[in-house]
Ligand binder design. Structure first.
Ligand code: 13P
Length: 249
């Protein structure tokens, strides 16, 4: 099963529901392949609840883009807890996106976020990725392992966690890793996950960063890839559908 997850970031108004409707229509018609993949869309918090009511029994699932490090309710202006996300029927949450890491989310905070998401039975898409300097200094694997080790508890069973590998230098830049380089990184991360965690469940890794209808061709032959986290191209139904179409072409 491959995942195509759309992260809308700070985009979307009520009328943007049309984008999801069109994607959902495509999924219903794509009888040839639609059992092979799952589509999840992460609109902003303002739209989550109303969109979710509309797509409750549909093939598309919705996802929150983040959650608070604190659980339940509390005096945390502007924050939304995993408990509140769960209460409106959302089952997925993105944690550790590099854009949020850049504005202050550190490993200690991320550890708490992951914990509260697990407590609330949410499926977690946990983002990791090296920046340009780290890549240049050949620190990629070291950085990725540290981001995983510092946040995910050792006894975690990975039933509800998917790792999203998003190199920071690739997000929104049109630059993507070379397929053999990406394959090597994925194999190394999976090997590390197997040795570090005693999980009976299989480990899933997505790739994110400048995935679009053209670049998707580069990822078709990469075996260890379980899907994609898509930013810019997920804001247009046509662009998003073309990614899926080209992947299975
Ligand atoms: P782009 O697809 O726009 O590069 O963004 C990737 C991303 O950050 C998804 O979370």
């Amino acid at each position: 099963m491959k995942y195509f997850i759309g992260n809308w970031k700070m985009f979307g108004i009520p009328g943007s529901i049309k984008i999801i409707e069109r994607i959902n229509n495509f999924l219903s018609k794509d009888k040839k392949n639609n059992k092979k993949y799952k589509v999840i869309i992460a609109p902003p918090f303002t739209l989550l609840s109303s969109f979710n009511r509309k797509f409750k029994n549909k093939r598309i699932s919705l996802c929150a883009q983040n959650c608070s490090q604190f659980d339940n309710f509390g005096a945390h202006t502007g924050s939304v807890s995993a408990y509140m996300i769960k209460a409106v029927g959302i089952k997925h949450v993105i944690i550790g996106h590099s854009e949020n890491r850049a504005s202050g989310e550190n490993d200690v905070i991320l550890r708490k976020k992951l914990f509260t998401a697990i407590q609330n039975n949410l499926n977690i898409i946990f983002c990791i990725g090296e920046n340009k300097t780290q890549k240049r200094n050949k620190l990629t694997l070291q950085v990725l392992k540290k981001q995983i080790k510092n946040v995910i508890m050792k006894n975690c069973n990975f039933k509800n966690i998917i790792i999203a590998y998003e190199p920071v230098w690739s997000i929104g830049t049109g630059k993507i890793p070379k397929p053999d380089e990406l394959q090597k990184t994925l194999i190394s991360i999976k090997k590390f996950l197997k040795s570090h965690f005693r999980s009976k469940n299989s480990f899933k890794i997505l790739y994110g960063g400048s995935v679009d209808y053209k670049s998707i061709h580069n990822f078709k032959l990469i075996k260890d890839l379980d899907g994609f986290l898509i930013g810019g191209a997920s804001k247009s139904s046509k662009k998003f559908i073309d990614i899926i179409k080209n992947f299975y072409k």
